[in-house]
Every structure is written in C-alpha cells, then in structure tokens.
Design a protein. Structure first.
Length: 418
C-alpha cells in the first residue's frame, strides 16, 4: 500500500458514501412534510437524529478504536440502510412523528459509526505508509469529492422526487449496498491494530475512551476551542440547510417545483467545492488556519442574517451560496487543524467527541429554531441563527491568540503530518 492508493481509496469510498447520503438532502424536508409532518415536526425528527448522534458517539467511538475503523464504517452503512428503508415504510403506513423519530434515532446511530472512523483510518494509514504531503490538501480533495457527489446526488434526488418523493430513499439504499462492497475490498486498517472487545469489558473501555477524550480533547485548550466553534456553528447550520427547501420555494411562489430544490442543492454542492478549491490558494495568502476560520464565522453569521432579510428568491439563494463557499473553505482547514493536535490511538474517539459537540449544537438548534420558525417565520429563524453563529467569533479570536505551531498552514511544506 502506498499513500497514493490510500488517498484514492479514501476518495472513492467518500464519494460513493456521500452520493448515497446526499440523494435525499434536497427533498428530505419536503418528503417529511408530504408524509404529514408540519415544519416543527420535521425539526423534532431531525433533532432526534442529532440527539441520537450525541448519545451514541462515545459507545461507537469505542468500537472504532478497538475493533477497527473498517468494522465501524461497514456497520455504519448497514444501520443507515435500515433507517433509510424505515423512513419509506413509515411514510407509506402511518406517517407519524413517532415513527419518523424512531427511524431518525436509527439513522443517528448509523452516522455515529461513520463519524471519525474514516478520517482516523485515512490519517493513520497515510502516516504508516510514509506520507510526506499536507493533510489540508487531502481533506480539501475529499471535500471536493464530497461536493461532486452532493452535486450529482442532490440534482438526481430532486429529479427523482418529481416522480415520487420516496424514490430517492430507495435509490440511496441501493447506493449504500454499493458503498459496502467498495469499502469491504478497499478499506483495511493500516497503521492501527484492532483490539479485542467483549461485552463485559465495554464499560471499562468506555471509561478509558471518556478519559482519553477529556485528556487529549477537552483539556487541550486548542482542541476545546475548536470543538466549541463546532458546537456554536452547528446550532444554525443543520437547521439552515434543512430550512432552505420550504423557505426558498416559498419565496419563489411556485407550486410543484420540487425539481428546483434539487437544482439548488446541486448549486450548494458547487459552492462548497469552490470553497474546497480555495484552500490551497488561501494557504499562500494567510499564515494561520485560524484566520480562515475567523473569516468563515464572520461570513456565515452575516450571510445567514442577510438570507433572512432578503425577501427575494434570487437574492436569498445567492447569499446562501456565498455562505456555503465560506464553509467549504473552512471545513478542510478545521479538519487538518484538529488532526494535527490529537494522537493516533485516540484519533477516532476524539473526532467522534468533536462530532458529539456538533450534534449537541445541531439538536438544540433544530428544535429551537424550528419552534421559532413555526411561531414566527423561517426568515426570523435565519436571522436568529446568523446572530447565534457570530457567538463563535470571540472563541476563534482566542484560538488565534494561541499562535500554536499546528495553526500554521504550511501548504508549501513537505513535512509529515503529526
């Protein structure tokens, strides 16, 4: 195995998995509302999804850091497949909030097996095979593949949704089976030795994982600050993404234009890819990763408020796309920064702990902003979400003041990642 093969396997696996995930993103809110939920019910179900992720992050992190990252990813695919088909079944039978909530919890469990596992596998495998490049570029490539998969998936999901809103979920199930096959043959634990895990030792392993998360995660000030930024930004981001579907179509005032939701979702993926592509260029313009994170926080906060105030379809969509360019640039930089700060043995666990922080913010944001949107309006939700996002500004400024070696971009350097 060589770094080139490892990176290629990572990109292919990431592409297929995210293609399967994104095919429902452009129509998920519309699907739930068509099944009988109101806007608040939609965000209750989505909030349970993120609450489930928060609940299961640590136990599933134990699996990734004991039985291996490959086993965790394969199990993720199987659980997500069950939850996806469960969504279709609930919509075809009762359409109840309880049913969707249960399946959302299953999906949340599935994604916790995924979070951290693939990134940890990539970083450890690259280090074990003598990788001499920069993680920022690798994660940026992964982000661009993610964006391309989202482009195809969102556009395809929107077109399929015009025929039947359940079709994207069925196609997603088929793609998940394909992703399982690819991962089975190409993703093997390298640079990490799986350990035995027994039911009677699970509490002790969870205790060790929790201790490691605190020791190498929360107690390290730079890691704690990065996680806090993740928590604050997640309050708006998940809600904002699921809300643009009814919000933008409402501004357009066109009935039955579900395909437009697919087009917008595709444009969002393009905007994210543009942001990913800017990482290398920005690395030659700025010295510190925290500078890019700072710009992203300011842009996201102001952009979200502007989307809420727009009152015009074309203006609101354009502003939201600019917002996503900023997130596309900041995402790979933040990933690389975090991985430079954490040790290999606890890598999957701490990344899962980071996801847990995001899930807490996302769950609270979807329920809170969802309730606000029902009581007031979606535009008020965007304005409030943007103002909340700006709360991350002093946290990033504090991170910037630390001036740690890991904060430097060093894109022109060939040094090996930590």
């Amino acid at each position: 195995m060589t770094p080139k093969i490892i990176i290629r396997s990572y990109l292919v696996t990431t592409g297929i998995f995210n293609l399967s995930a994104s095919i429902i993103w452009g129509i998920n809110t519309l699907f739930l509302m068509h099944a009988g939920l109101d806007i608040f019910g939609v965000f209750v179900a989505n909030g349970i999804f993120t609450a489930s992720m928060a609940l299961f992050e640590i136990p599933t992190g134990v699996l990734a850091d004991t039985r291996g990252r490959r086993a965790s990813f394969l199990l993720s695919i199987l659980v997500i497949l069950i939850g996806t088909l469960g969504y279709v079944w609930v919509a075809a039978t009762s359409g109840s909030l309880l049913g969707f909530s249960i399946m959302s919890a299953v999906l949340g469990l599935g994604y916790t097996f995924y979070s951290g596992a693939v990134e940890a596998w990539l970083v450890d495998a690259l280090k074990a095979t003598g990788f001499q490049g920069n993680l920022d570029r690798v994660f940026a490539q992964g982000g661009m593949v993610f964006g391309a998969a989202m482009l195809v998936g969102s556009l395809g999901g929107g077109l399929l949704g015009t025929l039947d809103l359940a079709l994207p979920y069925l196609v997603r199930s088929g793609l998940l089976i394909g992703a399982f096959g690819v991962a089975w043959f190409t993703m093997h634990d390298i640079g990490y030795t799986p350990k035995a895990l027994r039911l009677r030792t699970l509490p002790r392993e969870m205790g060790k994982i929790a201790t490691a998360s605190m020791t190498f995660g929360w107690r390290v000030i730079s890691v704690r600050l990065l996680m806090t930024v993740s928590l604050i930004q997640a309050i708006f981001m998940a809600w904002g993404y699921h809300s643009w579907q009814p919000y933008f179509l409402g501004l357009l005032e066109r009935e039955g234009a579900i395909w437009i939701a697919g087009v917008i979702a595709a444009l969002i993926s393009v905007a994210t890819m543009i942001g990913n592509g800017l990482v290398s260029r920005l690395g030659h313009l700025v010295t510190y990763r925290s500078t890019i994170l700072l710009w992203a926080v300011v842009g996201a906060g102001i952009g979200a408020v502007a989307v809420g105030l727009a009152g015009n379809f074309w203006l609101a969509v354009s502003l939201y796309l600019l917002l996503m360019v900023g997130f596309g640039a900041a995402g790979p930089v933040r990933q690389a920064y975090l991985h430079q700060l954490i040790p290999s043995e606890q890598r999957a666990t701490i990344v899962s702990f980071d996801s847990l922080m995001g899930s807490i913010g996302s769950g609270g944001g979807q329920v809170g902003l969802g309730y606000l949107a029902r009581q007031q309006s979606l535009s008020v939700g965007y304005i409030t979400g943007g103002l909340l996002t700006l709360l991350a500004l002093p946290v990033v400024l504090l991170l910037r003041r630390l001036r740690q070696p890991e904060d430097r971009m060093n894109l022109s350097s060939d040094s090996e990642p930590a």
